[in-house]
Design a binder for this molecule. Structure first.
Ligand SMILES: Cc1cc2nc3c(=O)[nH]c(=O)nc-3n(C[C@H](O)[C@H](O)[C@H](O)COP(=O)(O)OP(=O)(O)OC[C@H]3O[C@@H](n4cnc5c(N)ncnc54)[C@H](O)[C@@H]3O)c2cc1C
Length: 359
């Protein structure tokens, strides 16, 4: 992202109270900034299943998954989660075992450090933790943004508006609807998963994940495409099973629009078919019990999240498009919080550190 010319002090308004918005809000409070966190409230959100953060496996590899500076930094996420839990109490982070499906040589990876955040625990704990840290939490859906004086005004459904000198878009798949000029590589897919009533055990992931490969093809797709990844993760008292990822054709500007959502019945059918075809014994007993959910997920087709100021929109920032959000967000949020700081020196240093990560 482009460099911001000097950041004003004063409150920061964050749109989006998922993993990215939540952890950024905590980092900003650590630095003494006043923060308002706005998240869209609807019936689905009330059941806790409306966002990818709430429906995530939450897996965190403790090694660099790619030979890049960002991946090397994200490999240290477990340390950040431990620090966060020391400061704020249990957020659902735990070390856990990893089982690789489709690996003849080493189905159990005992030596590699792996951890996960229980998304149910995080969803329950984040609001009180944010409140205790002094973050103002607002329910409401942002409909539009406009520059107002030296800052930004956010118009909410219901006619109210909020203003702040600095505004951060951490709305996941909702970012582009609010600011259509975001770079084209910030894209959106739909992810579907089966929720199982009982859980426990290690995380199981496919040896070769299809989802990242599909994301890399996002800008070339002539027609909608989907892949199924067989996996399983504990989730509260239950578990999540499988993942279907669906992408609209590249010429569809915003695949997150509700009218563009894939048919849930067809998605569920394809997911179940894909899981049956993978022939994993650990799936068949559970298959019938699963309840299907799907959510729109933001990602970046070049693998690099958007972290920083939005060009030609002074005071507007973006924090979205992660691949491996549970590893990337906790290590990037402190840097973005520093960049947003009113201290030119600290801000410049954070910007340099993010640039060194290729962002
Ligand atoms: C099945 C599944 C498994 C996954 N497994 C993993 C994994 O193992 N490891 C990993 O790292 N990642 C995983 N992910 C991805 C990860 O969960 C997401 O990348 C991450 O949660 C994104 O967080 P976020 O805060 O950027 O966005 P979101 O979770 O999308 O949060 C955005 C928030 O913004 C709000 N919002 C949107 N628009 C508006 C608006 N206009 N006004 C107000 N609020 C708005 C939404 O309500 C939402 O709460 C998985 C995802 C899924 C679906």
């Amino acid at each position: 992202m482009a460099a911001a010319a000097g950041s004003p002090a004063g409150p920061v308004l964050i749109v989006g109270g998922g993993l990215a918005g939540g952890l950024l809000a905590l980092e900003l409070r650590e630095r003494g900034r006043a923060v308002t966190l706005l998240d869209g409230a609807d019936a689905a959100a009330a059941s806790g299943l409306a966002s990818p953060t709430a429906l995530s496996y939450g897996g965190i590899p403790g090694w660099p998954v790619l030979p890049t500076p960002l991946a090397r930094r994200a490999a240290g996420a477990a340390r950040r989660w431990r620090q966060l839990q020391r400061r704020h109490g249990d957020l659902g982070w735990r070390r856990c075992g990893l089982r690789l499906h489709g690996s003849a040589l080493a189905p159990w990876i005992r030596g590699l450090p792996f951890s996960r955040v229980d998304a149910v625990r995080l969803r329950n704990r984040l609001p009180p933790v944010l409140a205790a840290a002094g973050v103002q939490q607002r329910r409401g859906r942002a409909l539009a943004l406009e520059a107002a004086g030296a800052g930004w005004r956010v118009h909410l459904a219901g006619g109210e508006s909020l203003e702040a000198p600095q505004l951060v878009l951490a709305a996941g798949a909702g970012c582009r609807a609010l600011w259509p000029d975001l770079p084209p590589y910030l894209s959106c897919s739909w992810a579907g998963v089966l929720q199982l009533p009982s859980g426990g055990g290690p995380i199981t992931l496919p040896r070769h994940l299809q989802r990242p490969l599909l994301e890399r093809r996002a800008l070339q797709l002539q027609e909608a495409a989907w892949v199924v990844d067989p996996g399983r993760a504990p989730w509260g008292d239950g578990a999540l099973l499988g993942q279907i990822s669906w992408l609209a054709a590249a010429d569809v500007a915003d695949g997150s629009a509700p009218e563009l959502a894939p048919d849930p019945a067809l998605m569920e059918h394809r997911l179940r078919q894909g899981l049956a075809a993978c022939g994993a014994a650990w799936i068949s007993a559970l298959e019938a019990a699963g309840h299907y959910h799907q959510v729109p997920v933001a990602f970046s087709s070049n693998g690099l999240p958007l972290v920083g100021p939005v060009p030609q929109a002074s005071g507007l920032w973006v924090f979205s498009g992660f691949s491996g959000a549970f590893a990337q967000v906790p290590v990037l949020a402190p840097l973005l919080a520093d960049w947003l700081a009113p201290h030119p020196h600290r801000s410049a240093r954070a910007r340099q550190r993010l640039q060194a990560l290729g962002l």
